[in-house]
Design a protein around this ligand. Structure first.
Ligand SMILES: [Zn+2]
Ligand SMILES: [Zn+2]
Length: 600
């Protein structure tokens, strides 16, 4: 076990577990904080740690990485494991073994139960696992503990139930980090000619359950062995024939299917479409006397007409009509090719039939990014560095939108510093006129709905984004009122990351989204699709509703460092899932049109 080639996300995950474990063990808070800081560094670092280690780089040059942490990272890179955990077990006999360690750590995944609470539960009640905790809570023993109310106990039970039913889905951005080494590996397997990921990953859904990997290969057995021999494989679930399933160290399950050449397109269609999309395709095929499966589109011979199901895995005995390419498959059903992002049965077949498929937005349609941060607040790069990065991406303009003063912990700008920033922007603009820096700000909507910047300054800004970074827990009526008040300010241009959710970590704030979108339409305020793959806020269905209501949409990155400008593709993909065309998105417009929209 334990193997090299750990991705940064996996290294960070292990370090996070150690930090939680240290906290459970009541370790020195400085030591715990050192881990938390290092985790951030690892997670955000653009270059894989394994590459740095390979190149013999000095890891202590990374922010917040000391000598001990550098050794941890190197050990993880080289062995996939940390001997520190065994050492902690040795020093703390109560930990017993690694199973106890991992079940204690698992308890910290229950929302509201941090490591300190786990420590208390462990020490006072002997709770060592989620099951133990469930039992103790059902018996009312948790509420008797100091610092745990009856309310907490009920919440624990609820959350445990929720955990049990929650299918663990991976965030799309995390999968994009985990997959490339696997795909490279598979492409290098002898006889493998083509590798493609289908499923919800190809539809670019915000979270992905498992990976449907399709390959064309000269030798199915060799392809299967290629997968099971991949370094990142933790466990082989099943191998052989045309299907092989493994679980990666990250927990992600990969199902490999070796597909015959003549079925490649049919398999792609079959394993990409949502279930509902596929059902509609099958019905459409039947109407034409055809049967569609993962092997192709077949004529239904007269003697089989009664067996209309044409279920998965059943090759028809009729003649094959199409299958080698996706285009052929759709064409055999009198349809044009349909983009994977919209194969969700939201009307795409009807639209395709009427030649009315949307002209979906692409990254290249965007002329600027309207939301990013610099070192003036919590960004890592200077304005000039952000400018260079935007210019390199061919943008015509970008918004320099640092935080307002309510976000004191990230040094949000007050009036004095905002004016200083403008002076710097003016200086840069005079030297580098090739790209327009829009003076902007991400202004907090305060608890009472007022904006965190004086009106005179709001009026001077080229572009005003407002968003919520506090009081996430207000009840729906109050939260909605707060947002509506904020959006009604005449200087507001766009509502940033409207629901505030962080996928798999923090739920959306409670707002009446429809009411808010209607108000946006009325006030002439746009809504943002925040492209960060951990946010993707608005989500696809809300962006869809915004489009229906005629609310203009912006797609921006909220980049806190130059490389994050590349995350724009996630926002665009989310937009495509909402059927957005370039016309629906404000930052596809040239600068003068954008500014005249803002002024109107
Ligand atoms: Zn924000
Ligand atoms: Zn921001």
């Amino acid at each position: 076990m334990g193997s090299p080639d750990m991705e940064n996300i996996e290294i960070a995950q292990t370090l996070r577990e150690v930090a939680n474990l240290l906290e459970i063990l009541d370790a020195n808070p400085f030591r715990v904080r050192a881990y938390r800081n290092a985790i951030r560094t690892v997670q955000e670092h653009a270059v894989p740690m394994r590459k740095l280690v390979e190149e013999g780089a000095d890891l202590t040059e990374l922010p917040s990485v000391g000598k001990g942490m550098a050794e941890n990272i190197a050990e993880l890179v080289e062995t996939g494991d940390l001997s520190l955990i065994d050492q902690l077990i040795e020093e703390n006999p109560a930990l017993v073994d690694r199973d106890v360690v991992s079940s204690l750590i698992e308890i910290t995944s229950i929302p509201g139960i941090g490591p300190k609470k786990v420590r208390k539960l462990w020490e006072d009640l002997g709770v060592e696992s989620v099951e133990d905790l469930k039992e103790a809570a059902s018996e009312g023993r948790v509420a008797e503990l100091e610092g745990f109310a009856k309310k907490t106990e009920l919440r624990i039970l609820e959350e445990i139930d929720r955990l049990a039913t929650r299918t663990s889905r991976f965030r799309l951005g995390d999968v994009d980090e985990l997959l490339p080494p696997l795909l490279d590996h598979m492409r290098g397997v002898e006889g493998v000619r083509r590798v493609e990921v289908a499923g919800s990953y190809r539809r670019r859904r915000e979270t992905v359950g498992d990976i449907d990997l399709l390959v064309l290969a000269d030798d199915a057995m060799a392809a299967s062995e290629g997968l099971t021999s991949f370094d990142g494989v933790d466990r082989v679930i099943g191998a052989g024939g045309t299907k092989t399933s493994v679980s990666l160290r990250s927990g992600l399950q990969v199902d490999l299917r070796v597909v015959p050449d003549e079925s490649w397109g049919a398999a792609l269609v079959y394993f990409t479409g949502s279930k509902e999309h596929n059902i509609k395709l099958r019905q459409r095929a039947l109407d034409r006397g055809l049967r569609v499966s993962e092997y192709g589109v077949f004529e239904i011979p007269p003697e089989e007409k009664d067996d209309v199901v044409g279920e998965r895995g059943v090759a028809s005995s009729g003649a094959i009509v199409a299958g080698a390419t996706e285009e052929d498959v759709y064409e055999s059903l009198d349809l044009p090719w349909i983009a994977p992002e919209i194969r969700e049965d939201r009307g795409e077949l009807a639209a395709a039939e009427e030649d009315g498929l949307p002209d979906l937005i692409e990254v290249g349609d965007l002329k600027g990014d309207l939301h990013m941060h610099s070192t003036w607040s919590d960004g890592r790069n200077t304005i000039e560095e952000m400018l260079a990065a935007c210019a390199a991406r061919g943008y015509e303009y970008f918004c320099m939108s640092d935080h307002s003063k309510a976000l004191a912990m990230v040094e949000g700008l007050d009036a004095v510093r905002l004016r200083q920033q403008w002076a710097e922007i003016d200086g840069i603009a005079s030297r580098q006129p090739e790209i327009r820096i829009l003076k902007s700000m991400e202004v907090d909507i305060l608890k009472d709905g007022s904006l965190d910047l004086e009106d005179e300054l709001l009026e001077e800004l080229d572009w005003v984004t407002v968003s919520i970074h506090s009081f996430f827990g207000l009840p729906a009526a109050e939260q909605t009122e707060r947002v509506l008040t904020g959006l009604s300010h005449p200087q507001v241009n766009v509502f940033g990351h409207p629901t505030g959710r962080i996928i798999n970590r923090r739920g959306p704030i409670e707002i009446e989204i429809d009411e808010i979108l209607q108000a946006c339409a009325e006030y002439g305020v746009a809504v943002e699709i925040n492209s960060h793959p951990n946010r993707l806020d608005l989500r696809d269905t809300h962006a869809w509703r915004a489009r229906e209501l005629g609310v203009p949409i912006t797609i921006s990155t909220d980049a806190h460092r130059a490389e994050e400008l590349d995350l724009i593709r996630y926002g665009v993909e989310q937009g495509r899932r909402a059927w957005l065309t370039p016309d629906d998105v404000l930052n596809t417009r040239p600068l003068d049109e954008l500014l005249s929209w803002a002024a109107s």
